[in-house]
Write a new protein. Structure first.
Length: 766
């Protein structure tokens, strides 16, 4: 492809190009400082994208490099598209000659296609997705005769991703890494996994960067080729780079050192994905003489919001430091509201949103940002009650999440044994060794006998139509359902749910995964049980869920946005509500337990990100009590509330004590983790991060029927087949009927011996 350059860059004010003349002085400095390493330290809302795209345009417009000689790396395809569009506005068709503008993975994939043979692949290699990866891992586990329940495939997949993000090959694992899977077989499985991928001429997403890094390390001629090609390197969101991305970039930039990275150490919030804030903190040590340009003029938020956020983040020790300022009018102080409990928190937010709506604020400019996804449930239920339209961004609505749908399916089968859709969803969830053939056989008999799927499965289990293991498994499951159904009138709905999750093995399945996603799913199920405490009967609760799921607003209607703080990064709203600022919820207890002080600082950065999403008004809420695992527990306000500057917040409490009590009992001399342990004893609260989920198909409202006994599963009577008759069975062949009990026949088959089968599966032989 032929590169194109514009004839010359239009200028204004002497030698300043027009696109740079519109920038403020630090932005302009970042654009015009083309040579040597540059760290553009860009605070929230300071126009870093404008500066980065202008710099990229400047390098081309001023003929510093051909478009194909610039490497520009982003984290998302969306960011890459936006950058390409904005650069195109500055330099026109020349942007089409920029093949090296894209995400880390897309650029690495392009490099790997050119040099695949150096890592044992062919250039037409396949990039496998998560499902294929799990299937491959399951094969390895079966080959090793390991128990999948003891060593879940998802656990190994997570470890492989971690190791590759750290730039580690199988031989690089230390003793701790090796012990992380199958009692010291981590390295063995990693090596077998990589060997299997090469045999398939495939790689996973983690391999894209790791393979290229290995090529650069082992083949210096290839590294030199790319070092000579790339005269300039630009990196967006540098604070989010992981170890392998950092090493990859450092190797490429070491010769020319014309690397400009853009990022904000105060917005590094993805350590659970492998991001290392240390990468941006040590940039000037990696590239001595680097110029640090701070973008501090904020174009988004009021001075009150910026001052509150800046005061909070000042408590972090691992940061480079900057002072945000703005020319926007002063505005309202950040409000801190203490409420009695979580239901009151949802009511209060709903009332505030209705007031804002009456005052003319569009619902699209209002957001609720939560620390964990389980927190959305309380707001969703409340907004349904008052008719307030909302959307969930970055995830599914609470009752749409996969684990919630699974739990509801169990409950629906208990309440209504004829619910075939619910039974089909969970008959093999968690895995019970019941495959598609078993389901097909159940459906075949259910249709022939005009029975619900659950009833058909029970009858099939009492015959030889299914393999013995499958029949025993189904019989055991149906005994569980009969017992749960008998239990249902005598326990609360939430107690029933907890029993079902434990006795079905569903909870054990999630616990065995040992992943952040599984932890979030467990957290969501705990919130589901808490939600059920408000209902007297199972039928009442299932009807409520059906009505909630059937309450869809029109796509073009304005809606309040509900999302996690992590998902909100990069977005902004006029009005932001931040609920759940209590110890154990935020900061997350799980994060503190796993990461100590480093995790506390990341939680504080997350609080900074959340506050700076607000343009005009920010409201923080905390509750004195939350019901967790069926019990009311006292909560203390988050330490982050104490760290907000007094002069920039307005406190309000609708309960006894509240934030004022917290402030009265806090001193700077306190052990910073003393309150963590105190909160832990008071609050067994969740604090996990996210859930993996899938869509929910709407169900009609459930009307609870009288509890059905085991007799309700009996098949309808069928016409007798005469004793001694010769019959044919698709599986067992020809045989003679020896006895009959209801619709079950005992047949002496000529090849298979004596079997008990259901009459609808045989035909009279000619």
């Amino acid at each position: 492809m032929t590169d194109h350059l514009p004839p010359s860059a239009p200028t204004r004010n002497g030698d300043i190009p027009a696109y740079a003349a519109r920038l403020n002085p630090p932005q302009k400095d970042a654009v015009l400082t083309t040579e040597g390493p540059v760290l553009m330290l860009a605070g929230a809302g300071t126009g870093k994208t404008a500066a980065l795209t202008a710099r990229l345009a400047h390098l081309v417009a001023m003929r510093k490099a051909w478009p194909s000689e610039i490497l520009c790396v982003t984290f998302t395809n969306k960011a890459a598209r936006e950058m390409r569009e904005r650069v195109g506005q500055h330099i026109g068709p020349s942007v089409e000659g920029m093949p090296w503008l894209g995400t880390f993975h897309s650029i690495a994939a392009k490099m790997l296609r050119r040099h695949a043979e150096l890592v044992g692949l062919q250039s037409n290699y396949t990039i496998i997705d998560t499902d294929d990866q799990l299937r491959l891992i399951k094969q390895l586990i079966r080959d090793a005769e390991l128990d999948e329940k003891r060593w879940p495939p998802r656990q190994l997949a997570g470890l492989l991703d971690q190791w590759k993000n750290r730039g580690l090959n199988p031989g690089d694992l230390d003793a701790v890494d090796n012990e992380a899977y199958a009692n010291g077989r981590g390295q063995e499985f990693y090596r077998k996994y990589q060997d299997r991928l090469k045999a398939l001429n495939a790689c996973d997403f983690g391999d894209l960067l790791l393979h290229v890094l290995n090529i650069f390390r082992q083949h210096h001629d290839v590294l030199d080729q790319y070092r000579k090609r790339f005269k300039y390197i630009l990196v967006d969101e540098y604070q989010d780079t992981n170890a392998v991305q950092y090493l990859w970039l450092r190797l490429l930039a070491q010769e020319r050192k014309n690397i400009c990275v853009v990022g904000d150490d105060d917005q590094s919030i993805y350590s659970w994905r492998g991001a290392e804030v240390a990468n941006i903190l040590r940039f000037d040590r990696d590239f001595p003489g680097a110029k640090v340009i701070k973008l501090e003029q904020n174009y988004r938020s009021t001075p009150q919001i910026l001052a509150a956020a800046s005061g909070l983040i000042d408590a972090n020790s691992q940061r480079l430091g900057k002072t945000l300022w703005t020319e926007i009018p002063n505005g309202d102080k950040v409000r801190v509201i203490g409420v009695w409990d979580a239901p009151e928190e949802a009511r209060r937010v709903g009332e505030e949103i209705e007031r804002l709506e009456r005052e003319g604020s569009p619902l699209d400019e209002i957001a609720i940002l939560v620390r964990a996804q389980y927190q959305t449930r309380e707001f969703e239920d409340r907004f349904i009650q008052i008719g307030l339209n909302y959307r969930i961004i970055g995830g599914f609505r609470f009752y749409e999440r996969a684990e919630i749908r699974d739990a509801l399916a169990y409950l629906r089968v208990i309440a209504q044994p004829a619910d075939d859709l619910a039974f089909e969803r969970i008959y093999n969830q968690p895995k019970r060794g019941l495959g598609a053939k078993t389901l097909e056989k159940m459906y075949q008999y259910a249709r022939a006998a005009n029975l619900p799927l659950a009833a058909a499965s029970l009858q099939l289990a009492d015959s030889d139509e299914l393999p013995k293991r499958a029949g025993n498994t189904i019989a055991a499951l149906m005994r569980e359902f009969l017992r749960w159904r008998e239990m249902e009138p005598n326990v609360t709905p939430s107690e029933l749910l907890r029993t079902v999750l434990d006795e079905s093995g569903y909870s054990a399945m999630l616990e065995a995964e040992r992943s952040t996603e599984a932890a979030g799913r467990i957290e969501n199920l705990s919130e589901l049980a808490r939600a059920m405490e408000e209902y007297e009967t199972l039928g009442d609760f299932l009807e409520h869920v059906s009505l909630v799921m059937d309450n869809d607003a029109s796509p073009d209607e304005e809606k309040v946005t509900i999302m996690t703080m992590h998902a909100a990064k990069g977005l902004e709203f006029n009005n932001v509500f931040l609920p759940g600022w209590e110890e154990g919820v935020f900061p997350s207890q799980r994060s503190l337990d796993e990461g100590g002080l480093a995790s506390l600082e990341e939680e504080r950065r997350l609080a900074y990100v959340a506050i700076t999403r607000a343009r005009r008004r920010c409201t923080i809420l905390h509750a004195a009590n939350r019901r967790i695992y069926g019990q009311w527990t006292s909560s203390i306000p988050s330490r982050f509330i104490e760290e907000l500057p007094d002069e920039h917040i307005d406190q309000e409490t609708t309960m006894t004590g509240g934030a004022s009590l917290w402030r009265a009992n806090w001193s700077e001399a306190d052990d910073p983790f003393a309150h963590v342990s105190n909160a832990r004893s008071q609050t067994r609260g969740p604090g996990f991060q996210r859930a993996l989920s899938s869509g929910y198909s709407k169900q009609p409202a459930v009307v609870k029927e009288p509890r059905r006994s085991a007799a309700s599963f009996a098949a309808k009577p069928r016409q007798d087949i005469a004793l001694g008759a010769r019959v044919f069975h698709d599986k067992f062949g020809y045989g003679t009927v020896m006895s009959q009990e209801g619709n079950k026949l005992e047949i002496n088959f000529e090849q298979a011996g004596t079997k008990r089968v259901i009459d609808s599966f045989v035909t009279l032989a000619d």
